[in-house]
Design a protein around this ligand. Structure first.
Ligand SMILES: Cc1cc2nc3c(=O)[nH]c(=O)nc-3n(C[C@H](O)[C@H](O)[C@H](O)COP(=O)(O)O)c2cc1C
Length: 400
């Protein structure tokens, strides 16, 4: 059921369309969040508290938005954050990878994704493979070897997860697998969304809710819940484990989920190439502060030793400029591209990336900068008390 004009002008509009198009449980899985949802709201809201301090003349006609992340070139400092969401679109992560490749940006691929890393890397050569600390060491080595063979150029280790559960607005019911009986049960929720249904119907396949990137060499791919169970039962990693993982991977390595200065320093000691200041998009411990509030202290503490990225709450290009002005090298986006994917497949993700690029370019222009590398804290109005430092002192951090 094609829309009259599938183009959308903001991420907020993409979200509205996603809500209309997706069955409630799929939309709910994307909204995610935990407990009261304070951190999800905080991540987006905090960007709105920061102001710009634009210049009136002396602007640059040509502006350079490109950079590198962990040695890989990207046409702008916006990466696709890994998300293990199934059933949004039949092409899933392959559609996202194509969109990212067409716009020259790096794709983070979740180990819980619905498409194999080989297919995703074939669609976009600039893939970073994401892993949780799950399974035994041999299993993790096997998964890393496979990602490396497929051509992944970096590893993202996501460690900020504590299996918090319960949302005041209710969690979606996700089936273990979709067989005929489940399909019949889900039908009342799905049939009012013919656009979404049609996309799957055309491919003659229904989402199978398995995790192909966690498939052992000698067995079938685990279901999403099977994979979740393995992860829950794995003893949580120590900093020595992080150093081991980093060494086993051997190449560019990002630790995702840092919010504290002391953790950032330990990450440096463990040998990471980059870290992402992240609270898992508000899906981990609710009431953790917005990532943009803790970014300046972490950038001040370790930004001269490792690449510092941020994810959480980025919905427009201006947000990207603000994160860069406060010390991030690049940002990762999660829900923004998922809304785009839900609204209009691959073209919807391209649309979101174009919104990010357009907004970032406007900000760089208005701030009188020649490129993203020139953005500085004095390009912003930072309200008193905005910035926070968790886990010790960070000399040189802008006062909150
Ligand atoms: C539905 C959903 C699924 C996610 N799955 C993963 C995942 O599998 N691996 C991971 O490292 N992060 C995962 N994340 C976190 C994102 O990578 C990212 O940190 C977060 O979405 C950033 O916040 P934003 O959505 O406000 O941009 C997920 C986030 C969402 C919303």
């Amino acid at each position: 059921m094609p829309l009259k004009n599938p183009w959308f002008e903001t991420v907020a509009e993409a979200q509205r369309r996603a809500e209309k198009r997706l069955p409630r449980m799929v939309y709910g899985a994307l909204v995610a969040g935990s407990e009261r949802g304070r951190t999800v709201d905080g991540n987006t809201g905090a960007f709105g508290e920061l102001g710009f301090a634009p210049r009136v003349a002396g602007h640059h006609a040509d502006r350079d938005l490109s950079t590198t992340v962990m040695g890989v070139e990207t046409s702008m400092p916006v990466l696709i954050s890994p998300t293990g969401v199934q059933a949004v679109d039949p092409e899933g992560e392959v559609a996202v990878a194509r969109a990212a490749a067409n716009r020259g940006v790096i794709m983070g691929l979740s180990s819980f994704a619905s498409k194999p890393v080989e297919e995703v890397a074939a669609a976009n050569p600039n893939v970073f493979f994401q892993m949780y600390w799950s399974g035994d060491r041999d299993t993790m080595v096997e998964r890393m070897d496979r990602a490396r063979r497929a051509g992944a150029k970096g590893l993202i280790a996501t460690l900020d997860w504590s299996f918090s559960n319960g949302r005041d607005w209710g969690s979606p019911t996700i089936p273990e697998k979709i067989d005929f009986r489940t399909a019949v049960k889900l039908a009342p929720g799905v049939l009012p969304h013919p656009g979404w249904l049609w996309r799957f119907a055309r491919t003659r396949r229904i989402p199978d809710l398995t995790t192909p990137n966690l498939k052992p060499a000698d067995g079938p791919a685990p279901t999403f819940f099977g994979a979740y169970g393995e992860w829950m039962q794995t003893p949580p990693p120590t900093w020595e484990d992080v150093a081991w993982l980093r060494k086993e991977w051997g190449g560019p390595f990002m630790l995702k989920g840092v919010t504290r200065v002391d953790d950032a320093r330990k990450a440096v000691d463990a040998g990471v190439t980059a870290l992402s200041v992240s609270n898992h998009g508000g899906n981990n411990l609710d009431t953790t502060p917005a990532t943009i509030r803790v970014l300046p202290s972490i950038a001040a503490a370790v930004g001269d030793q490792v690449e510092v990225l941020l994810d959480g709450g980025v919905r427009r290009g201006g947000d990207v400029a603000k994160a860069l002005a406060l010390g991030a090298r690049a940002v990762l986006i999660g829900r923004a591209y998922l809304w785009g994917l839900a609204a209009n497949g691959q073209a919807g993700v391209e649309n979101v990336l174009d919104i990010m690029r357009g907004g970032l370019d406007s900000a760089v222009l208005g701030l009188g900068r020649a490129g993203v590398a020139d953005l500085r804290p004095d390009d912003l109005v930072v309200p008193p008390g905005f910035a926070l430092t968790l886990g010790g002192e960070a000399p040189g951090a802008p006062a909150g």
